[in-house]
Ligand binder design. Sequence first.
Ligand code: SIN
Length: 556
Amino acid sequence: MPEQLRLPGRLTAPDPGWTTRADVVIVGSGIAGLTAALRLRGQVDKILVVTKDVLNAGSTQWAQGGIAAALGPGDTPEQHEADTLVAGAGACDRDAVRVLVNEGPEAVRELIALGTNFDHTADGELSLTREGGHHRDRIAHAGGDATGAEIQRALIAAIEAAPDIEVIQHALAVDLLLGPDETGTTGVAGLTLHVIGEGERDGVGAVRCRAVVLASGGLGQVFSQTTNPAVTTGDGMALALRAGATLRDLEFVQFHPTVMYLGPESRGQQPLISEAVRGEGAFLVDDDGNRIMQGVHELADLAPRDVVAKTIMKRMLETGRPHMWLDARHLGAEFWERRFPTILATARSYGIDPVTQLIPVAPACHYASGGVRTDLLGRTDLPGLYATGEVACSGVHGANRLASNSLLEGLVFSRRIAEVLPAELPAWREPGADRRTAGLVAGDVRRELQETMSSRVGVLRSAPGLAEAGVVLDKLAGHAAETVDQASWEATNLLTISAALADAAALRQETRGSHWREDFPERDDAHWAGHFDVRMDDGATTVTFAPAPATDGGLA
Ligand code: SIN
């Protein structure tokens, strides 16, 4: 068991300067958060949506490829289930996957009814494409490669037409307020927020509520290069952990294989080259023009994402090159302009014309398959706390999320939360005295933290590298913040999640899905079929293993 860091039990923050009340607070404004708000509407009295930046600043907006559902001729939820389980490398929760694939088609139809303009064929049918790990064309897309932006637009339009749903933007969720119910059981009594310049609600305030739905997205900014926007600093996962909820499967971070390589100094959000480009026929080559995916997997360039990312990394290591190439020149100018206008414009803005040139690509952090553990109805193990979307671990992704299952997860599980929450809304709790030890690390640890996580806990992991990461994270935990500000809150959240992720990665001594151990290159169901759960008690974390049978029939 790696030695555990002592981390803040809660974030240092000024006392609340304002208060407000809502029955349900939804943290996050992507597909998961806004779907939860719209579906809860009319069922609970007061809904408040809080979002860290503006409504469309999260990851949903950036989703390119699309949303997967068994909507095409000949396709079935059972086939979607089989592909999801295989991609998840034995670590999916089969019941959660069944919920996802069975409720997915209806949920996507509902998005269409809401006004989302998906692409259609000349015959007026929904246009469906294929991505890695799918044996069928089942990815619905919009604006060619702007699916997330179109979904986000439609959801925001619906929220703006719902004046009874209150929205506070530029609001960072700092920590949960906790209190006992009449039986003495601790649960959610509200949360503290830091709001930048929203009228009277400026600075730190307290929102009293009966339930919180976390829909705050992932942790991409833990790593130096990611496809995720700047807001994804793991805030939701960190505050849930500090409050006593369980995090599961944190070690399963998906690295997208084809992220445009912008040079060794490039940091932060990097341009994604959607898997759908390979779905339409693009292929990966090395410097000599050799196709690197042929002979590696029956689906070649459309193998599950972990297989493609590992093959690229292996070839990069063998050749000493910092990237491989994506060849999509044969798609032609007209096809590129119609099907992938966003990617085309982005690549050209960086001086690469995919119509005539190869695109340099390398893996970068893309998606957290783990998160706050939930049941099939989005409930966490902290009364009054629900979680949905990337912040959650519903069990659908296992060790490696199947392409385009993420928007679907947020959609399906937010609908489920809205089905149960109104009837089980807890009574108001009074916040109790918060005995957790407050603390904060300095905002300027961020860069070293990200470099360490990328080089030691990234695509390739090994015991020595993970131990080195532990030493650096321990050192960074000692850099106390001198100022209380957003940079320090985010850095503390990043450190909290990084430490938990690195611990779970060190303990999982096998290679499975997106978790690749150089020193344990095989999947090992005899020892490691199951999940690592992380819990925290006043800044001290414990990691435990919960065995569970492999859910893909042992297929590697
Ligand atoms: C992509 O378009 O390649 C990303 C889709 C996804 O992450 O599911």
